[in-house]
Structure formats: structure tokens, C-alpha cells
Design a protein around this ligand. Structure first.
Ligand code: PMP
Length: 424
């Protein structure tokens, strides 16, 4: 059956369509933190942030159904739904990013944000980290680390070394904030020399794709000062850390304590329904509207707005940010209690965790981590890897994750670590 589907995918979608796992999963059902495959096997989902309030949450399904039965139109008719949503979500920011353009994906949100920044200062130079992912559009894929676009990386983009927990920029954790800022300053100067000028710095505030390094409040202060001094715009990609996942704060940038000019949103926003957004300060929005006549057919349509609103309702009703804080701390304690000679660091923020492995020689244990992911799948737990060398296990479960779920994850991990032969 799996072979049939793989063969059909190759025939109908072409080669190299990405899948997870050596034997890709064929999922047929989801509920809360659980997933089921075609054979009826149940998995604890410790990886997916898209089903933010839980797979197939009935409240979100009902909201989508009710609105779809009533009306769905494109975004150039008037409707309260999108306005109510922007008003409600805008109130969660501690700064003035209160106006929004609704889109359908994180890629679109970032693409739009980068163009907003260009409208603000008339420059085109962009800075991102060298191990990030911000999307699949022509502009955002130029920031992506995996494969350079045809013709190489665009000259108006400079990728600075990403923060790292165990191999910090500048050589020490204490000096990493200043060293990172120094790279950003040098990149700003280089963009001026190249004639593009410096427009924006885009980053995920928790550096999720970079490996979720330990970065604390104030980490970006010297960088933010350098960007502001150069007249640049700070774009915060909250596609992964946003919507309460960070536990102690609703937004990742609050954890670090800085105020971005533009915030981009996606994945968890509609619990699987495709919706994203760009929130910006009114002056940023005005500058953008003076330059671009942007509209998005599906962005913020009545059904999408209803789905996104239901996600906020469920978060409040079920206390999910609080849950992320409490169960997150409990899970991190569990990860820190694991025993294996190759564990280099267990780290986390709310319900978002990284477990990094190095060989005794200090090399990234990439192959071992790949084997552990497969061993976990056998044990009915879904997780994945992150970081430059893919030697960090990534865990980012749906928000209703419980202590019992955490106990199952930790027990399965210890068992998988005990029985997976070490290899670098
Ligand atoms: N930003 C970040 C940080 C992401 O991780 C992703 C997707 N993994 C995106 C943007 C792109 O979002 P989408 O796939 O919805 O376009």
C-alpha cells in the first residue's frame, strides 16, 4: 500500500517530493495529540505545530463548517470576521504592530514583509542567518540555506552566522550576542558597499530552524540597536514560536524582550487551515500601500478568519499557553534526566525542545540522531531533527500535550537511546 502511494506520487508529482521517514507515514486520522496510520497504529505527535490546539479540534472544525455553510468570498468584499480577528490578535502585541494583511502561508507572509521593509526605507539589502528557512517564494527561497537558487544566492542577501548553543558565534556563549551583532553590522556595511543599502533583518526570535539555541532575554539588544542605527526594519518570523508555544509569552520576541517592526505568522494560526498574516506598525503599512497595490484573493476570507478565531477561543478556554509553560517545564526536566553518553544538551522554551547529540570527539552525531528518529517511530512517537548538522532532535507537540504524554515521550526516548547503536 505504501509502495503504491509512493509510486503514484512519483508518477503524478514527479521525483524527489519530500517525505519524512525511511518508510514514509500514511496517516489517516488525527485527534488531539494523536495520529493513526493506515494500519491502525497510533502515534504520539511530538512534532507538529500546525495542529496547534490539537488535531481535528471539534471547535475549529465546527467554526469552519458553520462559516462555509453560510458564506465564503474573496477578500475584496466587506466582512466583520477578518476585522474581529485582526483586532483581537493585534491586542496581543505589546507594541504597535496592530495593522495586518492576511495571506495563506508563512512564505507569502515573509515575502510580503520583506517588500514592506523595502517600501519603508527604499533599500533592497536583506540580512538573515545562514541556517534558516523563511519560505518557498522567489524572494524568501533566496534566504533558505539548503540549496542555493539557480544562479546562486542573490547579491542583495547576506547570511550571517546563526547563533548556536554549543558552537557559539564568536566562540563563547557570553560573547555570542555581541559577536552576532558584529556580524550584522559588517553585513550592513557590505550591503551599502554593494550598492543595495540595508533594508531589513529577518529572523525567527527563537532561531528554531537554526537548532533552537539557548538565547535569553536581551540576546538581540545589540543587534536591534545596530539595525535601528542603520535605518533598517526588523522582521520577526513567528511562524514557529508564536501563539503561546513559548509558554512564558504569547510571542517568541517577547521572550527576548524586543519590539519588531513587522511580525509574520503562519502554520499554527488556523490549526491546519491555510492562513497567515503580516502584522505591522501603521507607518510601515502606510509606506507599503503607497508603493504596492497588494491584494490576496484567499487571505483572511470568512472561513479562514473563522478557523483562526476558533483557535484563539480554544487557546483561552483550554488555557493552552499556561499548559505550554507548565508541561513544557516538566518535559524539559524529563529530557534533562535522560541518560546517554552522546547527549550534549537538552534545551527548550515552552513546548519546544531540542536535544543535541555529539560524539565523544565532539562531532555532530547526525547519523545517530537519524536512527533515533526511526527508533522513536517504531515506538509510536513522532519527532524530527533540526540544526545546521541535523544532530538535534526537534520536539514541538500540539499545545494540549499533557504530563502523561511527556512521560511516554521520555520513556520511549530512553528506550530508543538504549537500543540504538551509536554511529556518527
Ligand atoms: N518561516 C518559518 C520559520 C518556517 O519554519 C516556515 C515553514 N517551515 C515558513 C516560514 C514557511 O511557511 P509555509 O510553508 O506556510 O509557506
Amino acid at each position: 500500500m505504501t509502495e503504491d502511494l509512493l509510486a503514484r506520487r512519483a508518477r503524478l508529482m514527479g521525483p524527489e517530493v519530500p517525505t519524512f521517514y525511511r518508510n514514509p507515514l500514511h496517516l489517516v486520522k488525527g485527534e488531539g495529540v494523536w495520529l493513526w496510520d493506515k494500519a491502525g497504529k497510533r502515534y504520539l505527535d511530538c512534532y507538529n505545530n500546525v495542529p496547534h490546539v490539537g488535531h481535528s479540534h471539534p471547535k475549529v472544525v465546527e467554526a469552519i463548517t458553520a462559516q462555509a455553510l453560510t458564506l465564503n468570498t474573496h477578500s475584496r468584499y466587506l466582512h466583520e470576521g477578518v476585522l474581529d480577528y485582526i483586532e483581537r490578535l493585534g491586542a496581543t502585541f505589546r507594541h504597535e504592530t496592530t495593522q495586518a494583511i492576511m495571506v495563506c502561508t508563512g512564505s507569502e507572509a515573509n515575502d510580503l514583509a520583506l517588500r514592506m521593509a523595502q517600501a519603508v526605507n527604499g533599500k533592497t539589502g536583506i540580512i538573515a542567518t545562514d541556517n534558516t528557512y523563511h519560505g518557498n517564494s522567489a524572494l524568501t527561497s533566496g534566504l533558505s540555506s539548503r540549496r542555493p537558487p539557480v544562479g546562486g544566492y542573490p547579491q542583495n542577501i547576506i547570511r550571517v552566522p546563526a547563533p548556536d548553543s554549543l558552537a557559539p558565534v564568536g566562540g563563547s556563549r557570553e560573547g555570542q550576542a555581541q559577536a552576532f551583532a558584529a556580524h550584522v553590522k559588517a553585513a550592513i556595511a557590505e550591503l551599502e558597499t554593494r550598492g543595495f543599502g540595508f533594508s531589513s533583518l529577518i529572523l525567527c526570535p527563537l532561531f528554531a530552524n537554526e537548532g533552537l539555541p539557548c538565547v535569553k532575554k536581551g540576546f538581540l539588544d545589540p543587534t536591534v540597536a545596530a539595525v535601528r542605527a542603520a535605518g533598517g526594519v526588523i522582521i520577526c518570523d513567528e511562524v514557529q514560536p508564536g501563539f503561546g508555544r513559548a509558554g512564558e509569552a504569547f510571542w517568541g520576541h517577547e521572550v527576548l524582550g524586543f519590539a519588531p517592526d513587522i511580525v509574520t505568522l503562519g502554520k499554527p494560526m488556523g490549526n491546519g487551515h491555510p492562513i497567515g498574516a503580516v502584522f505591522a506598525r501603521p507607518d510601515v503599512m502606510r509606506a507599503f500601500r503607497e508603493v504596492f497595490a497588494y491584494f490576496n484573493t484567499f487571505g483572511g476570507n470568512p472561513v479562514s478568519a473563522a478557523a483562526a478565531m476558533a483557535v484563539l477561543d480554544v487557546m483561552e478556554e483550554e488555557g493552552l499557553q499556561q499548559n505550554a509553560r507548565e508541561v513544557g517545564a516538566y518535559t524539559l526536566d524529563g529530557l534533562r534526566s535522560l541518560s546517554h553518553p552522546w547527549i550534549a544538551e537538552a534545551r527548550g522554551q515552552g513546548l519546544f525542545f531540542g536535544l543535541e547529540f555529539l560524539t565523544p570527539e565532539g562531532a555532530p552525531a547526525t547519523a545517530f540522531v537519524a536512527d533515533v528518529i526511526e527508533a522513536m517511530l517504531e515506538r509510536g512517537v513522532i519527532l524530527n531533527n533540526i540544526g545546521r548538522n541535523r544532530n538535534t532532535l526537534k520536539m514541538r507537540p500540539p499545545m494540549p500535550f499533557t504530563r502523561e504524554n511527556a512521560d511516554m515521550l521520555i520513556a520511549a526516548l530512553q528506550d530508543a537511546l538504549n537500543s540504538t547503536p551509536v554511529r556518527a
